[in-house]
Design a protein around this ligand. Structure first.
Ligand SMILES: Nc1ncnc2c1ncn2[C@@H]1O[C@H](COP(=O)(O)OP(=O)(O)OP(=O)(O)O)[C@@H](O)[C@H]1O
Ligand SMILES: [Mg+2]
Length: 406
């Protein structure tokens, strides 16, 4: 699994030098580049903290500074910090940024990574509790579908009517909710022609025989192990004293349970998120996790970041107006010091072709300088579409007029 960085799997506490070295140095220059709200989010090190903030308000910057602060003040050693991001790229960036903030390379942060990368490291240590050996393999979607197809055929189910992909989606849905076959609720009993749960059980058994786990298992197994083995959980409580989570609005139930179990002793958990940016509902993200943080962690501090560093006031106003129509928001008001900039324009077109023609012309005009604006270079201009197929009209048009769009 090239996607996972397992190289640091077994190094904890080996290198304590970073915080030790940093402890003697008093000034904390990384605090200077923060606004007052960000600074509060960084300095409130103890107890549960929810940093609730809009797009481009410096959430990730604050989270990164918070890790630097934990290390710099000697509050935690690198191996005592659990920091979760949603992509490997974000994890790498965060590591680099912490290094830059502290003026040295960050080594020995074995628990900074994605949910999956961290869980695979944990699971290698406790594999036997999930019926696996610690050299288990992680199967990809193709292998998963192949395995499910075999099980469907063996059960004499018509694969044309009940495709493996459908079953894979169902199993994934259950795993995202931390439901083992035994825990799938009765109302799901009719799923997949009434055979869903039985096939899920067989699939899990086959994975064990193969000494394998799928993506969803990494979290599911860890949650199940923590729930069934308090001694194992206690061991992780001793090890991980500070927890930080970026993009908290995107967590699913399994990830949420895993975090809650790990945080329940020290309660030093800081989640950063935007209830308005939850875009992963289709893969099990529960915006409810962010909405009920204060209930789960009584006494939690809620810090709002509302100064936006990315957009002009006109863009913020348009976005705020649109999002204000959403239900179930915690609510926040973004503002910026940036210049007013151009007004947002809403232009309707008959069809995709006409739209592409108009946008092509506008881009050419913007590259030359138009409406009193400076000339823009093409790499400053983006086109967003709802679905990939809508890019066709643009590509056709740009090829015709010779606009380099890649
Ligand atoms: N206090 C600050 N002063 C100046 N620039 C800042 C400050 N805080 C953040 N920025 C800049 O604002 C931009 C957005 O920061 P960051 O990526 O941390 O925001 P975010 O809230 O995590 O965004 P997203 O919603 O996309 O996750 C970056 O370019 C960052 O350098
Ligand atoms: Mg961010």
């Amino acid at each position: 699994m090239s996607e996972f960085d397992e190289t640091e799997a077994f190094e904890t506490g080996a290198r304590l030098s970073l915080s030790q070295r940093a402890m003697g140095v008093r000034p904390a220059p990384y605090l200077d580049s923060l606004n007052p709200a960000q600074r509060r989010a960084v300095e409130a090190l103890d107890g549960p903290v929810l940093v609730l903030a809009g797009a481009g308000t410096g959430k990730t910057r604050a989270l990164t500074a918070r890790i630097a602060h934990l290390l710099h003040t000697g509050r935690a050693r690198p191996s005592e910090i659990l920091a979760v991001t949603f992509t490997n790229k974000a994890a790498r960036e965060m590591k680099d940024r912490i290094g830059a903030l502290l003026g040295q390379r960050v080594e020995g942060m074995p628990w900074l990574g994605t949910f999956h990368a961290i869980c695979v490291k944990m699971l290698r240590r406790h594999a036997e509790l999930a019926g696996l050996r610690n050299n288990f393999t992680i199967i990809d979607t193709d292998d998963q579908l192949r395995l499910l197809k075999q099980l469907i055929q063996a059960a004499n189910i018509d694969e044309k009517r009940w495709p493996a992909r459908h079953l894979a989606g169902l199993i994934d849905h259950w795993k995202n909710r931390a439901l083992t076959p035994e825990r799938v609720p009765a109302e799901d009993g009719s799923a997949f022609n009434g055979c869903g749960v039985a096939l899920y059980r067989e699939y899990q058994a086959r994975l064990k025989t193969l000494n394998a786990a799928d993506f969803g298992d990494l979290l599911l197994h860890m949650v199940t192990i923590f729930q069934a083995h308090p001694d194992v959980l206690a061991e992780w409580h001793r090890r991980l004293r500070y927890i930080l989570v970026d993009e908290y609005q995107d967590t699913n139930v399994a990830q949420y349970l895993w975090l809650r179990l790990l945080a329940q002793k020290h309660r030093n958990i800081c989640c950063v998120g935007d209830d308005d940016q939850s875009i992963y509902g289709w893969r099990g993200a529960e915006v409810g996790n962010i909405l009920r943080f204060e209930t789960d962690f009584p006494g939690a501090q809620v810090i709002r970041l509302e100064q936006n560093y990315r957009s002009t006031p006109h863009i913020l106003a348009a976005a705020s107006k649109l999002i204000s129509a959403n239900a179930d928001r915690l609510g926040k008001t973004l503002w910026t010091e940036a210049d007013a900039g151009e007004q947002v324009r809403l232009i309707g077109h008959w069809d995709g072709e006409e739209e592409a023609r108009w946008i092509g012309e506008d881009i050419e005009a913007m590259a030359g300088g138009t409406r009193g604006l400076r000339p823009f270079s093409l790499d400053e201009i983006a086109i967003l579409v709802r679905a990939t197929h809508q890019m066709r009209a643009f590509e056709d048009r740009f090829l015709t007029i010779g606009l380099p769009y890649r």
